[in-house]
Write a protein of this length. Structure first.
Ligand code: THU
Length: 136
């Protein structure tokens, strides 16, 4: 699988981040199994806890449009003005949201530092022994 398009979209979405408190900008691009892309950015809040991460913004946009099957997500994050982005792994809450909708063995998480430099993990690698609907 070629992830160039979602990596570029995640990098582009960093520009849309609303992050006046942390100044840490994150962009995400979520690829559905049908080939659609839903983007997201982090959206902070003066009360801090209502903040949404880029990944959850993308997931909630997609799910609210009726999407339920996802292939991959690209994530690009780093402090405002950073020239060389670090790897930005998703937070625990976002991993749990991914687990609600994605097959852990199959869903690909593309941690992008640039178009050329990225690392791909499965959700299973990032959330082993996760809690899920099968337990309820
Ligand atoms: N953030 C994300 O958007 N995604 C992550 O995976 C990690 C953290 C955001 C939340 C907050 O706006 C800022 O980055 C610093 O934590």
């Amino acid at each position: 699988m070629e992830y160039g398009t979602i990596i570029r979209e995640a990098l582009r979405m960093r520009e849309a981040a609303y992050a006046p408190y942390s100044r840490f900008r994150v962009g995400a691009a979520l690829l559905t199994k049908g080939g659609r892309i839903y983007t997201g950015c982090n959206i902070e809040n003066a009360a801090y806890t209502p903040t949404s991460c880029a990944e959850r913004t993308a997931f909630f946009k997609a799910v609210s449009e009726g999407e339920r099957a996802f292939a991959a997500i690209a994530i690009a994050g780093g402090a405002d003005g950073t020239k060389k982005l670090p790897l930005c792994p998703p937070c625990g809450v976002c991993r749990q949201v991914m687990a609600e909708f994605c097959d852990a063995e199959d869903f690909q998480i593309v941690l992008a530092q640039s178009e050329e430099t990225y690392r791909i993990c499965t959700l299973k690698e990032l959330l082993p022994l996760g809690f899920g609907a099968e337990l309820l």
